[in-house]
Design a protein around this ligand. Structure first.
Ligand code: PLP
Length: 359
């Protein structure tokens, strides 16, 4: 019950143990088509450029920035936790100019500040933000942020590593231009794959670049030769065959459950966890309106030894909860309720373990 990787369902682990076949085998190519169709369904998009990058969420992040940012481009980057800071790193490493909009850790991105940043920088090309900040447990209003980007003729880059599968996400409905996620959170898959999607507008921007995409591996023009929709698949890199079996199975399971049902399950167990924590006198960090059900930041009470408590949970209950990161280190615990780990049984285990250990 940490901030990810989350528990992996045995069905997904079993899928992963299937024999490794060729990454251009007709059976495998059929499976790739299915993965792509299911990713589109889960992300609610018709984007042709929708694919799993063969590397973790950080590579998905890099795929978005390396393709869309050219030297001298202005990018408005929102930071209200750890991962917005990494976006800034990406912008600057690819020669862009990051215009930072900062909010306190534990609060949502302030829309008025973003509007003010566009007013001061009408030539900004991109707005980049984290939908679900795993370092704090905050959900920002992705729909409203994308609307601001559109009103200012800018593209949006959205980090959905922790949101995908756990809370509402609607790529086409909200007009998201580029999005990356990860398999190890609410998809409950082993880590190491990053679903990515680019709108037709974003693809046009990549095609119209003045300079070559500075990464060969992440250049969408090249990798789409393997993941594109033409039916023909040309070798680009050796796909992580077994990891894609796992992703396929986890997407089958998510769609069997139904997206809305999965979101409702995350909310239900979050409410139960919250009620139990509050009954114990514990307090959540984030305002109710901005809380992520899948990542609960709990203020560590005075007098409780953070590291000793987490070790005791691990030793006595085989239960992992996350430590605070960055500015919140030593101040909060991060309790994950992600994907297959988001169950009534886990809520009860966690409350029981915390109560007995804090006594
Ligand atoms: N963005 C967010 C919001 C994350 O939570 C994480 C990982 O926890 C990442 C990006 C980076 O993903 P990865 O660790 O898979 O590279």
């Amino acid at each position: 019950m940490g901030p990810g990787p989350s528990d992996v369902n045995p069905r997904v682990l079993a899928a992963m143990a299937r024999p490794t076949i060729g990454h251009l085998d007709p059976e495998f190519i059929t499976m790739m088509d299915e993965v792509k169709a299911m990713l589109k369904a889960v992300l609610k998009t018709n984007n042709e450029l929708t694919m799993p990058v063969s590397a973790p969420g950080s590579a998905g992040m890099e795929a978005c920035f390396v393709n869309l940012v050219e030297p001298g481009d202005k990018v408005i980057v929102c930071q209200n936790g750890v991962f917005g800071g990494r976006m800034r790193e990406n912008v600057e490493r690819f020669g862009g100019i990051a215009i930072m909009v900062e909010d306190e850790w534990g609060t949502a991105i302030d829309l008025a500040k973003v509007e003010a940043a566009f007013a001061a920088n009408p030539d900004a090309k991109i707005l980049a933000f984290v939908h679900a900040e795993t370092s704090t447990g905050v959900r920002s209003d992705a729909q409203a942020l994308c609307k601001i980007a559109q009103a200012n003729n800018a593209l949006s880059i959205v980090d959905a590593v922790t949101s995908m599968g756990g809370i509402e996400l609607d790529v086409d409905g909200w007009g998201i231009d580029a999005l990356y996620s990860g398999t190890q959170k609410c998809l409950s898959c082993p880590p190491g794959i990053s679903p990515v999607t680019f709108s037709a507008k974003a693809v046009e921007v990549v095609k119209a670049r003045k300079s070559k995409v500075p990464s060969w591996f992440l250049d969408t023009n090249l990798v789409m030769g393997y993941w594109g929709g033409s039916g023909k698949r040309a070798y680009h890199h050796t796909a992580p065959v077994n990891a894609l079996y796992a992703l396929h199975e986890s997407l089958v399971m998510l769609l069997e459950e139904g997206l809305e049902n999965a979101w409702a399950r995350h909310n239900l167990h979050h409410q139960a966890l919250k009620a139990g924590l509050e009954a114990m006198g514990l307090e959540l960090l984030v305002d109710e309106a901005d809380r992520l059900p899948q990542l609960n930041s709990v203020k560590i009470p005075e007098g409780v030894d953070d590291a000793a408590l987490r070790s005791a949970l691990l030793d006595n209950y085989s239960l992992e909860i996350g430590a605070g990161l960055g500015a919140l280190a030593g101040k909060v615990w991060r309790i994950g309720l992600m994907g297959a780990g988001c169950t009534r049984r886990n809520v009860m285990l966690c409350l029981d373990a915390l109560e007995n250990t804090m006594r």
